[in-house]
Design a protein around this ligand. Structure first.
Ligand code: TRP
Length: 342
């Protein structure tokens, strides 16, 4: 799969992550790598989405609050450079909450209930009718996140496409009300791996299911995760031909190994027979150990200086608030509610 849209230098980039846990390899190939590349020649903002994290954690808010700085350290450790990218904290940008309120009036409950990502989350979390209003409406708040910064390009995994579709619907409605293009529509930047499979090959990566490899995984975590990876269940003897389809070890080798010609050779050998899972897992483990070690080490250094991480967030928020405040003024004015601003 290739990127569905090309980028231009004039694209404004915004993306975010729910601060409900440390980031993992899925985030890394799905979006973080693109962000590191984009920051060189784009205006880029990254939002630590703590308020969105609260939408299903109001009574377990520690899960969110304790992860905010972890996520910032993850960003820095993979190479997000705060002198090139604005890193900011959602809860401290009041204009985002205001925009959410204005946008709520142009979105129906039925439309919210149709969002396929939210729909499957509601089923997975077994909310039934007790779904928090904030959870059902988080796509509106995400539209606020995106439009507040005039973003046109959003690097995300494919599960986020419904949020972008809803954002663009809101943009159209507000622009119709304003009778002017005061908001910009956006598009996704999908990676070649918009959805890396979990280590068990079954589900989407999810920390709670224990099928992820975190960006700060220890040597032992990495070893155990690779050893338990799903391969071809019919590949019983080394001599047997094996299948690479759905074989998580090969998916990861394709996503992460620096020498893809070598990976192609391994694939051929595996399919012919004569290459054992122990061997392919050993190659993958080495490759992942090499990628994760420097990230893990840097992340720890950043976490050792929490005051500096907080300073960075404050600096980012100052910039983010300035931009978001300008957007909310335009939206307020489009409803004629700017009478105190004369
Ligand atoms: N929904 C995203 C996630 O699940 C987080 C997020 C919040 C986001 N606001 C955003 C992503 C704006 C892209 C743009 O991690």
């Amino acid at each position: 799969m290739t990127n569905t849209f090309s980028t231009t230098d004039t694209d404004i980039v915004l993306t975010g992550d729910r601060a409900t846990g440390p980031l993992h390899l899925g985030h890394f190939v799905g979006s973080l790598k693109q962000r590191v590349q984009l920051q060189a020649n784009h205006d880029q903002t990254i939002l630590v989405a703590d308020m969105q994290g609260l939408t299903d954690n109001a009574f377990t808010s520690e899960k969110v609050s304790s992860n905010i700085l972890n996520v910032v350290a993850d960003y820095l450790a993979v190479g997000i450079d705060p002198s090139l990218t604005t890193i900011c904290l959602q809860s401290h940008i009041p204009a985002l909450a205001e925009l959410t309120m204005y946008y709520s009036n142009v979105v129906s409950i039925a439309r919210l209930e149709r969002n396929p990502t939210v729909k499957s989350e509601i089923t997975n979390k077994n909310f039934q009718r007790s779904i928090p209003a904030g959870f059902l409406t988080y796509p509106i708040s995400q539209a606020a996140d995106i439009t507040a910064f005039n973003a046109t390009l959003v690097p995300v995994g494919d599960d986020q496409l419904p949020m972008l579709e809803q954002t663009n619907e809101i943009v159209k409605k507000i622009n119709t009300i304003a009778q002017a293009p005061i908001l910009r529509s956006c598009h996704a930047l999908l990676s070649d791996y918009p959805r890396l499979p979990s280590t068990d090959g079954k589900n989407k990566m999810s920390k709670s299911m224990g099928n992820t490899i975190n960006l700060h995984a220890s040597e032992k975590d990495i070893r155990l995760a690779v050893q338990s990876m799903y391969t071809d269940p019919n590949h019983l003897k080394v001599e047997d031909p094996g299948s690479i389809e759905g074989n998580v070890v090969f998916t990861y080798l394709t996503a992460f190994h620096s020498d893809q010609d070598y990976v192609d050779q391994l694939k051929q050998q595996y399919q012919k027979g004569g290459l054992g899972d122990g061997q392919t897992k050993k190659i993958l483990e080495e490759c992942l150990q090499e990628i994760i070690k420097p990230i893990r080490d840097k992340r720890q250094l950043y976490l050792d200086d929490k005051a500096e991480l907080i300073r960075l967030l404050k600096e980012g928020n100052q910039k983010a608030n300035a931009t978001a405040n300008t957007t909310v003024q335009r939206v307020r004015a489009s409803f004629g509610l700017n009478i105190l601003e004369y």
